[in-house]
Design a protein around this ligand. Structure first.
Ligand SMILES: Nc1ncnc2c1ncn2[C@@H]1O[C@H](COP(=O)(O)OP(=O)(O)O)[C@@H](O)[C@H]1O
Ligand SMILES: [Mg+2]
Length: 261
């Protein structure tokens, strides 16, 4: 594995290789359940990959292994050419490099929106408070919740909270953003406001892994669709190929079911 040294260059073109996240023959068990089976997956810099598949197929576990919320049993995962760190400061930095937005809006309930977006910057990135707040306000404006900065999460709608969660992850200048069903817990009228923010991010070139059932998003924003079933990557293709001409029976079944709704 080559050690690629990357100088931080916010806003500028990224140096180093094209492969940003590489899973090589990854396996994981939960007891007797083989939840990830021989997963080989490479995410290129700037690529938007949508992961879809039936409930229980291992999509969340896959995301969680990429920022080491779950360990793997065998195989390797590298981010920007470097293996995932085991613990300590390195691990905190990894979690900052790999932004994650979950289904449940897991903001810090006892901190204001602004504090939610400054905390990681000051603690992990060691940004000074003033600069962190300036950046936080700019990001909150960008996701359309600038006027909510001094409120507490519970005072916001689900869609607003999820956009704060995106701003919080972006504040760390992540190399890649993972989204695990970010709109599944939202009321229908709030889904689009979150998807719009994600689409904009995708257009700006953010590397993204998105687990979602929003097929409109997959069609319009994804470079590639990865279909998982029973812990395996069953097929991967461009959205056009995948939706118009799924090859596996599992994918055909799955699409028939979700497209009925
Ligand atoms: N911490 C855990 N302990 C035991 N089993 C788990 C755990 N997390 C997930 N699983 C199981 O692993 C399988 C895959 O789960 P998950 O990755 O959440 O799938 P998906 O996100 O595709 O619905 C499921 O059968 C689930 O019950
Ligand atoms: Mg899941």
């Amino acid at each position: 594995m080559s050690e690629v040294s990357v100088t931080k260059n916010p806003g500028g073109p990224e140096p180093s290789t094209d492969d940003l996240v590489v899973l090589d023959n990854v396996n994981k068990h939960f007891g007797a359940l083989h939840v990830l089976q021989d997963i080989d997956l490479t995410i290129k810099r700037g690529e938007v990959v949508v992961v879809i598949g039936p409930s229980g197929s291992g999509k969340s576990t896959l995301c969680r292994t990429i920022n080491r919320l779950e360990t793997v049993d065998s195989g390797s995962i590298t981010i920007d050419g470097k293996p995932l760190p085991q613990e300590g400061k390195q691990l905190a930095r990894l979690r900052a490099d790999v932004g994650m937005v979950f289904q449940s809006f897991n903001l810090f309930a006892h901190k204001t929106v602004l504090e939610n977006v400054t905390l990681g910057q000051t603690k992990v990135r060691r940004t000074d408070k003033q600069a962190a707040e300036t950046k936080a306000r700019a990001l909150l404006d960008r996701v359309g919740v600038g006027t909510q900065a001094d409120k507490y999460p519970a005072q916001l709608s689900g869609g607003q909270q999820q956009r704060v969660a995106i701003a919080r992850a972006l504040a760390m200048d992540p190399k890649v953003m993972l989204f695990d069903e970010p709109t599944s817990a939202l009321d229908p009228e709030m889904i689009n406001e979150v998807l719009e923010v994600m689409k904009q991010l995708a257009e700006e070139g953010m590397t993204m892994v998105v687990v979602t059932h929003e097929m409109g998003f997959a069609r319009s924003a994804a470079n590639r669709v990865v279909f998982m079933a029973d812990g395996r990557v069953v097929e991967q293709a461009t959205p056009e190929e995948f939706f118009n001409n799924p090859r596996s029976d599992r994918a055909k079944d799955f699409l028939a079911k979700i497209l009925q709704h």
